[in-house]
Design a protein around this ligand. Structure first.
Ligand SMILES: C[S@@+](CC[C@H](N)C(=O)[O-])C[C@H]1O[C@@H](n2cnc3c(N)ncnc32)[C@H](O)[C@@H]1O
Length: 304
């Protein structure tokens, strides 16, 4: 790339910044057109037999993990020193995840437990599943950005006094509600005209808000190679980060374009701002205008 280069992104074409691109992400990465990624959210199909239009979700594990390893290697190459990756997957695959992350050069920082509000029905021989794992890793020993978020975490029944300054986020995230199919799901779930969910893996806005706020600054470049419904991009845009999303399915690409062109009230991140108000550098990492700073359309807490 040459004449159309954005100075901020080295050789990443300015034309592909702040866009969703319809493509196979591995083919995209092989072109080496993206450079200077600050943070990636990696939420691939989990190879668990789900019905994807453009992905075989029933592959032999070795084939599937070799494919993800190749993707992780290219992302590593395109990430700035100190840049981050958040890799979400199933708890039963932690061995594979550590293997492919370390083999591609990433430095492990945290294994985040995203504890869901609902749980799977117990199996014959094991407990019901109630969390998702998110590996946080960096290119290099230390992240170049790590914003220590403080939240107004709700008091537990045995706690008597409100905390004057909230509390720091830990590696267990039990205050972010998953999106479900039933009434519990609220307005955020994208549905078709019959009321069915258009994408069963849609991530909550609150999850991406926490990830992007923790590991980036305004103006940074956020990358999502498996964009799905575009949650990462919708949050990055509101937080004034740049973004590149890749999605193979043209139906979802259209959906993302619509979701980005007009931010729905259900996707509006401002409702979470008061929850994060004890974060010392909040105004710096989450720029808002004066009025928005005090707006809180849907209550203070993330928890219902
Ligand atoms: C688990 S979903 C991601 C959901 C997303 N986090 C969200 O909030 O909606 C994985 C997505 O990857 C897409 N996908 C599958 N194979 C792909 C590939 N080779 N390149 C790009 N996207 C792909 C699927 O169509 C699916 O939408």
């Amino acid at each position: 790339m040459s004449g159309d280069c954005s100075p901020q992104y080295g050789t990443t074409s300015a034309a592909s910044i702040d866009k969703i691109i319809q493509m196979d992400c591995l083919e995209y990465l092989k072109q080496r057109v993206v450079k200077n990624i600050d943070m990636t959210f990696l939420d691939p199909p989990f190879n668990q037999g789900k019905d994807y239009r453009y992905f075989d979700d029933t592959q032999p594990p070795e084939v599937y993990w070799e494919w993800l390893k190749e993707i992780l290697g290219y992302i590593f190459e395109a990430t700035v020193e100190g840049g981050s990756i958040y890799f979400m997957h199933r708890e039963k695959n932690v061995g594979w995840i550590m293997k492919v992350l370390t083999e591609t050069g990433w430095t492990f920082q945290n294994l985040i437990i995203w504890k869901k509000f609902t749980s799977a029905v117990p199996g014959e021989h094991r407990f019901g599943k109630q969390y998702q794992v998110i590996f946080f890793a960096t290119r290099g020993e230390k992240p170049k950005t790590f914003n220590k978020l403080r939240v107004n975490y709700p008091l537990q029944p045995w706690q008597k006094h409100e905390r004057a300054n909230g509390m720091y986020i830990t590696d267990v995230w039990d205050d972010i509600r998953e999106l479900t199919s039933g009434y519990f799901a609220g307005d955020e779930v994208l549905r078709d005209e019959k009321g069915s969910r258009v994408h069963l893996q849609q991530s909550p806005v609150a999850l991406l808000l926490r990830i992007i706020l923790s590991s980036t600054m305004p103006g940074d470049l956020v990358f999502d190679p498996f964009a799905g419904t575009g949650t990462t991009l919708v949050v990055a845009k509101q937080l004034m980060r740049h973004f590149i999303g890749i999605e193979i399915d043209p139906f979802y690409v259209k959906l993302i374009e619509g979701r980005l062109s007009r931010i729905r009230e259900a996707d509006n991140i401002l409702k979470y701002r008061l929850y994060y108000r004890f974060t010392p550098n909040l105004d710096e990492i989450w720029p808002v205008n004066g009025l928005e700073r005090y707006s809180n359309p849907a209550g203070i807490h993330l928890r219902p």
